[in-house]
Structures are given as structure tokens and as C-alpha cells.
Design a binder for this molecule. Structure first.
Ligand SMILES: *Cc1c(COP(=O)(O)O)cnc(C)c1O
Length: 231
């Protein structure tokens, strides 16, 4: 428990110093605590330290935690791959979805978003490193995808998300994140409400912030190494 508090403080410090080094306001970068595989009590411990935004990858597991933590006003972000027959509970239970990479998924989320809720915020996931095995739409397909989904009032197209190929080299990391920033800038001409760059994880947070990230998704550095043994 106390580890989570100390880790969170350290991540916040790193976030602040990366933003300051880049001449950016630290408040412009939201810290998303990626809590996949973590028990609800770990999220509650992070909440007690002021953490409000949580990112989840696995639907069943996340729905259980959303229920267990319904007494807290948390902001839930779905960041994992989406099967088209699993969109309804996502549309009903989350505030943000970062992993929309095709029109069909965006349309289903819009159709299934309960009308009494505010529009669902979505990011378009980009396969920025061109890896054949990765989710994400190709950069050249972004304008058509953004145009199709921007027309749907039940969702709000807020920005782009990427999970670049892992690299230890900060120059390389920054080059990839800079491409994301320029893709966002191109889309903003048609879609000025797009204000979000969801990029940066435990291993490349500083590089992402240097290149304009507005949401970093941090798991390991907050909760420790993940154990997939029981999943
Ligand atoms: C697991 C995950 C993260 C967090 O990764 P860490 O390296 O543990 O910080 C971020 N984004 C996505 C999409 C993830 O699946």
C-alpha cells in the first residue's frame, strides 16, 4: 500500500520535471494510472493519494473494479484492444476509450452510448511504428476515420493514442512521438476539438511529454511489475 503512495509521488515528480524541462505546464499532462491486473484495493490506495484517472485493458476485470469502486468518483479509461461484440459495456461504463482503430468500433460505441450520459471521449489509436502485429489504424487512414466518427454526436473524437515499438533510445522515442504530434496537428485543421495525445508509458514518459503528450499511461512505475500468473 505505502509503495503505491511513494511510487505515485515519484511519478508525479518525474512528470513535473519533464514538463518543466519542455517548457510546458505540468497541469497540461494528465496522469493515467494503468491498473490492469491490479486488485480494487490498489486503486483505492491510489485514489487516497489523489489519483482520479484509471486505465484498464481487460473488459471483465475492469467491470468488476468499476462496480467495486462505484462509491468513488473515478474517471475510467478503456485502453485495451476492443472486440466488436464487446462494445456495449464499454459504451455504458467508461468515460474515455483510447483504442478506437476502426470505424465499426466507433459506430457501435456511439450507437450504444446511453443517451443520458455525456458523449464518450475517444482517441484514435495509430499504429505509429508500422508493426504488422499491432492494433491501430495506419497514419494515412486517420483523416477518413476522424471524419466518419466526428459526425456522431454520442462520441467526441478527442485525439490520438499510440503504443510505439519499445525502444530504450530517447532520441528514437522522441522521433516517434513527434510524428504523433504532427499527425494531430494535421487533423486539428478539420477537427479543432482534438486536443489529446495519449502517449508515454513507464519506459518513455519523459520523451512523450517532451513531444507534447497530454495523457501519460503509467502502470509499472505506480503499481510495480505485473503478474499475469492468475489471469
Ligand atoms: C499496460 C499498458 C500501459 C502501461 O504500461 P507500463 O509500462 O506498465 O507503464 C500503457 N498503455 C497501454 C495501452 C497498456 O496496455
Amino acid at each position: 500500500m505505502s509503495n503505491i503512495a511513494a511510487n505515485l509521488e515519484s511519478v508525479r515528480q518525474q512528470l513535473r520535471s519533464a514538463a518543466e524541462q519542455a517548457g510546458r505546464d505540468p497541469q497540461a499532462v494528465t496522469l493515467l494510472a494503468v491498473s490492469k491486473t491490479r486488485p480494487a484495493d490498489d486503486l483505492r490506495a491510489a485514489w487516497a493519494q489523489g489519483q482520479r484517472d484509471f486505465g484498464e485493458n481487460y473488459l471483465q476485470e475492469s467491470l468488476e473494479k468499476i462496480k467495486a469502486l462505484a462509491d468513488l468518483p473515478l474517471c475510467w479509461h478503456f485502453i485495451g484492444p476492443i472486440q466488436s461484440n464487446k462494445t456495449r459495456p464499454i459504451a455504458e461504463n467508461f468515460h474515455w476509450v483510447h483504442s478506437v482503430d476502426r470505424e465499426k468500433i466507433g459506430r457501435r460505441l456511439a450507437e450504444q452510448r446511453p443517451p443520458e450520459l455525456v458523449p464518450l471521449n475517444i482517441c484514435l489509436q495509430v499504429n505509429i511504428s508500422g508493426e504488422a502485429s499491432k492494433s491501430g489504424c495506419l497514419p494515412e487512414d486517420l483523416p477518413a476515420l476522424a471524419a466518419a466518427l466526428d459526425a456522431l454526436p454520442a462520441i467526441s473524437v478527442r485525439g490520438l493514442m499510440a503504443i510505439p515499438a519499445a525502444s530504450q533510445d530517447e532520441t528514437e522515442q522522441r522521433a516517434v512521438f513527434a510524428r504523433m504530434q504532427s499527425l494531430l496537428n494535421e487533423l486539428q485543421v478539420q477537427h479543432p476539438q482534438m486536443d489529446t495525445l495519449s502517449m508515454g508509458m513507464s519506459g518513455d514518459m519523459a520523451a512523450a511529454i517532451a513531444e507534447g503528450s497530454t495523457m501519460v499511461r503509467i502502470g509499472t512505475a505506480i503499481f510495480g511489475a505485473r503478474d499475469y500468473g492468475n489471469n
